[in-house]
Design a protein around this ligand. Structure first.
Ligand SMILES: [Cu+2]
Length: 109
C-alpha cells in the first residue's frame, strides 16, 4: 500500500517536472539583461528550408540576437534586444522579405 502511494507520487513528480522543464526551455530560459523573447505565429512554412528563410529574414534585422523557426508548430521564436528593435519591426521584416506571414502574439501574458 505504501509502495503504491510512493510510485504514484513519484510519477506525479516526474510529470510535473517534465511540464515545468518544457515551459522553461520554451519561454522562460534566462535571457541576458535587455533582451526579450517572442514567439511569432508564422503561416505557410512547410519544411526546414522555409524555417531557414524566416530565420535569416529575422536575423537580418538589427537588434535580433537569435531566431529559431519551427514549421511543424508554425512559429518562430525570436530573441531580440529591447532597446534596438521591437516586435512589430521583426514581424514587418519577415512579411516583407519572405513569402510567409508573420503575426505577433495577441495575448500578453
Ligand atoms: Cu519549405
Amino acid at each position: 500500500m505504501r509502495k503504491a502511494a510512493l510510485i504514484c507520487l513519484t510519477m506525479l513528480l516526474v510529470a510535473s517536472f517534465v511540464a515545468v522543464a518544457g515551459e522553461t526551455s520554451a519561454d522562460k530560459a534566462a535571457l541576458p539583461e535587455g533582451q526579450a523573447r517572442v514567439e511569432l505565429a508564422i503561416s505557410g512554412m512547410t519544411c526546414g528550408g522555409c524555417c531557414t528563410k524566416v530565420e535569416s529574414a529575422a536575423k537580418e534585422v538589427a537588434g535580433v540576437v537569435d531566431a529559431k523557426a519551427d514549421y511543424q508548430k508554425g512559429v518562430a521564436t525570436i530573441t531580440y534586444k529591447t532597446a534596438e528593435v521591437d516586435v512589430d519591426k521583426i514581424v514587418s521584416a519577415i512579411n516583407e522579405k519572405t513569402s510567409f506571414k508573420a503575426k505577433a502574439p495577441e495575448k500578453k501574458a
